[in-house]
Design a protein around this ligand. Sequence first.
Ligand code: SAH
Ligand code: SF4
Length: 359
Amino acid sequence: MPINLLDYDLPGLTSYFAELGEKPFRAKQVLRWIHHFGISDFEQMSDLAKSLRDKLTQIATVTPPQMMAEQASSDGTRKWLLDAGSMNGVETVFIPDDTRGTLCVSSQVGCALECTFCSTGRQGFNRNLSVAEIIGQLWWANRALGRDPKGDRIITNVVMMGMGEPLANYANVVTALNLMLDDNAYGLSRRRVTVSTSGLVPAMDRLREDCPVALAVSLHAPNDTLRDEIVPINRKYPLDELMAACQRYLEKAPRDFVTFEYVMLDGINDQPEHARQLLALVRDVPCKFNLIPFNPFPNSGYRCSRPETIRRFRDTLMQAGHVVTVRKTRGEDIDAACGQLAGQVQDKTKRTLRHIEVI
Ligand code: SAH
Ligand code: SF4
């Protein structure tokens, strides 16, 4: 099998090239061709010696995941479905606004963490995405979107908020993050790359040391009883441990706050007492809140909170001095909204079956 160079960040490619007897600067050149210029054909890498181009053509490839489908929303949002093999598909979404172009990247096929309001979680877990499949989403999207008239890239921010729990695919996600940050590849600043996690505490501590990018934490509930139910990983890493991990993370984070995501579920977590509990919970953690109107999917069993309930909830947090945004739903006409990224997942955990057996 030829080696897929999309699987390597700079340290990885440098040591691979060392095995081939090539100098470190060659790895930088190749990385630039692949990621900066979006080139996959070694013959086009014109500043490499002919002998190296020939060698690479024989033993290596640059193979991104196959693109299966593309959709564009009337609001400028775009969605790509990439082939993850064995009848699986993963989704990537591009969301433009006035000042930014944000790419929402997936990290796994399905997700094992079973958050009850999440359509990815409902599908069960199939497998981790490889580095090539994660960074391949950015590679494809950059090629598809091109550059603006000034020659700048259209994608200015990346959020790991697509399918899957990024910190449950730790090594591959960190290698992909390294590429996002590397000037020879995508050159994004740490502040413009965000990992969203449902709260895998040990992996948050590792990320702080290995690759501290901006952090979003999917909170969704202000007390352990409710969070145990709707974000089951809370039973393993309860809220006091999660808050402490957020504080530790901030010692190294590129931003001086954590973003707490909070999905607004009608009658479940949106009452005035929940807002008050939330304020007490985050007392010692510098943070911003991002309230996400629940995006429905078939048989979810949940409804989105009413607009006035969301407003009241937001006002309570704001009056206590917090910055609060309410996420606009984008790409609704192409099912590209948060938590709707379903792709296609062949459930290896046979969760659906398990549930049927229980019933
Ligand atoms: N696994 C990671 C990142 C992917 S989900 C995490 O949980 O943080 C990105 C965000 O979308 C998370 O905050 C997640 O809780 C939220 N989300 C999931 N399903 C949703 C839905 N149906 N409506 C709105 N937000 C949802
Ligand atoms: Fe997994 Fe995140 Fe969905 Fe929870 S919300 S099931 S962690 S993808």
